[in-house]
Design a binder for this molecule. Structure first.
Ligand code: OFO
Length: 167
């Protein structure tokens, strides 16, 4: 397997940072929900934190298979405060849409560089983002339906508690 081109290597290193930054934001959101006694959402977000860590380590492992060159960068401080559960999940959806855009940029680059193996890897992330955006959009829509109803929010929170595993 040929080594990664410098451009793809830089892009994958950047994406590792995107995934770790995403993980860190989920961890902050989970802490907020836990403090607000929204344990279902806190659990869901904690599992998502693990999933983002797995997305980052998958890239690290892949780079190892292609000659290495991993270079970890500083992870930005996540937001510390949120206004409400709907606010959290509106941000989740927005963040995931940005992650999708980042994945597409790497996919484009892998096509330009004729790196077929990297295209295969990015295809996995493209599919993963379909799920990520879908589940975020579904939760946002449930929360919009619940509106200002405390009972509605608790029902959504209970539903989020049903998530049992990352992935
Ligand atoms: Fe890694 O998919 Fe979300 O951010």
């Amino acid at each position: 397997m040929p080594q990664l081109s410098p451009k793809i290597r830089d892009a994958l290193n950047q994406q590792i940072n995107v995934e770790l930054s995403s993980a860190y934001r989920y961890l902050a959101m989970s802490a907020y929900c836990s403090e607000a006694n929204l344990q279902g959402a806190a659990t869901w977000l904690r599992l998502q934190w693990q999933e983002e860590l797995a997305h980052a380590t998958k890239l690290i492992d892949y780079m190892g298979d292609r000659g290495g060159g991993v270079s970890l960068k500083a992870v930005p401080q996540p937001p510390g405060a949120f206004q409400s559960l709907p606010d959290v999940f509106e941000k989740v959806l927005h963040d995931e849409q940005e992650v999708t855009a980042a994945i597409y940029r790497i996919y484009d680059l892998a096509m330009q560089e004729k790196d077929y193996a990297a295209q295969g890897l990015m295809q996995w992330y493209v599919q993963e983002q379909v799920e990520e955006e879908n589940s975020a959009a579904e939760i946002v829509s449930m929360l919009r339906m619940a509106g200002d109803s405390a009972a509605g929010l608790l029902i959504v929170d209970r539903r989020l508690a049903e998530r049992t595993a990352a992935g």
